[in-house]
Write a protein that binds this ligand. Structure first.
Ligand SMILES: NC(=O)c1ccc[n+]([C@@H]2O[C@H](COP(=O)([O-])OP(=O)(O)OC[C@H]3O[C@@H](n4cnc5c(N)ncnc54)[C@H](O)[C@@H]3O)[C@@H](O)[C@H]2O)c1
Length: 312
């Protein structure tokens, strides 16, 4: 049994990670400022004596005693991270400094939820971890992309300079229950629009592709990464290499929801990558991990969640 802290623990991925770690018998300290996360995501855990919820903003230092830290705090969708871009960079950079400082004091293993956005609009496809990326440093997405890149730099400098036990994963698009219904991410957008009978908004011509990983697979990848031997730092790509166009996704959602919503086409947002697919060779090799849940099954669970949420 370990005492494990999760920053951003009341968010989409964080709340599922809380569930898994508690199931495995650990003590979980969930830290969140509830910017995009919500108490509802962890309300079913509040009576569990091994679970503790603390309102805290990671841009400020924190003094607690734990054995491991998962650093997930950061708004993840463009709508949310562009709402207050300065705070987004602060969350990634000051948040990383504060959590790394804490891990250094405690000699605790620390995990960083980085992102495929560090690859920017990539020239190579699929992206291996050795690819350095193609990121605009001054655009509207930069607060997130560069914030996460700088956080990775800090993690690796703490590792080299202070021998800190770090674990860095780069997460590709993940979806599932407890995604925020209004975060503008494509899976939640399409499902919510289909359930409400609204037009489905497709950016560009819908031929741009994404790969989508179901949340249970992603959390399993986190746990496996955290269980690797000391000295294995990553970064490791985690995502589902199955690639779908936005049009294919829209059609799958429409058929699962049984909706007659129309497809409408809008201009592509600035710096939106045309194609994104993880190369997960390293994750297969080092973590013995591959995603198991196919898109259809994952979407069914997600539609079920949003149907209940919208009818509540
Ligand atoms: N979901 C994905 O597809 C995806 C892809 C790449 C990377 N990630 C990364 O994974 C992590 C979790 O993402 P998610 O999808 O669960 O998003 P989310 O927005 O649901 O979760 C982020 C959580 O962090 C909290 N938070 C934000 N700023 C904070 C601060 N300053 N102090 C304390 N808490 C703060 C939010 O309230 C929220 O609960 C993020 O770091 C994100 O960048 C997610």
């Amino acid at each position: 049994m370990q005492r494990i802290m999760i920053t951003g623990g009341a968010g989409f991925l964080g709340s599922h990670l809380c569930d898994s770690l508690l199931k495995d018998g650990h003590d979980v300290l969930c830290i969140d400022n509830f910017f995009t996360g919500s108490k509802v995501n962890v309300s079913h855990l509040l009576t569990n004596p091994s679970f503790e919820l603390m309102r805290h903003d990671v841009t400020f230092p924190l003094h607690v005693e734990v054995d491991q830290i998962y650093n997930l705090a950061c708004p993840a969708s463009p709508v949310h991270y562009q709402h207050d871009p300065v705070q987004t960079t602060k969350t990634s950079v000051h948040g990383a400094i504060n959590m790394l400082g804490l891990a250094k004091r405690l000699k605790a293993r620390i995990f960083q939820a980085s992102t495929s956005e560090v690859y920017g609009d990539p020239e190579i496809h699929p992206q291996p971890e050795s690819y350095w990326g193609r990121v605009n440093p001054i655009g509207p997405r930069s607060c997130y992309d560069e914030g996460k890149r700088c956080a990775e730099t800090l993690f690796f400098d703490y590792h080299r300079q202070h021998d800190l036990d770090i674990k860095v994963v780069r997460i590709f698009n993940t979806y599932g229950p407890r995604m925020h219904p209004n975060d503008g991410r494509v899976v939640s957008n399409f499902i919510v629009q289909a359930l409400k009978g609204q037009d489905i908004t497709i950016y560009g011509n819908g031929q741009q592709t994404r790969s989508f990983c179901y949340v249970d697979d992603m959390v399993e990848g986190f746990l496996r990464m955290m269980g690797t031997e000391r000295g294995f730092t990553g970064p490791v790509n985690l995502g589902n290499p199955g690639e779908f166009t936005m049009l294919e996704l829209a059609e799958k959602v429409l058929s699962l929801v049984g909706s007659k919503s129309k497809l409408v086409f809008m201009p592509l947002p600035v710096d939106d990558p045309k194609q994104r697919q993880p190369d997960i060779t390293l994750a297969k090799e080092k973590l013995d991990w591959t995603p198991k849940v196919n898109l259809e099954d994952g979407l069914k669970e997600t539609v079920y969640y949003f149907r209940n949420l919208l009818s509540a």
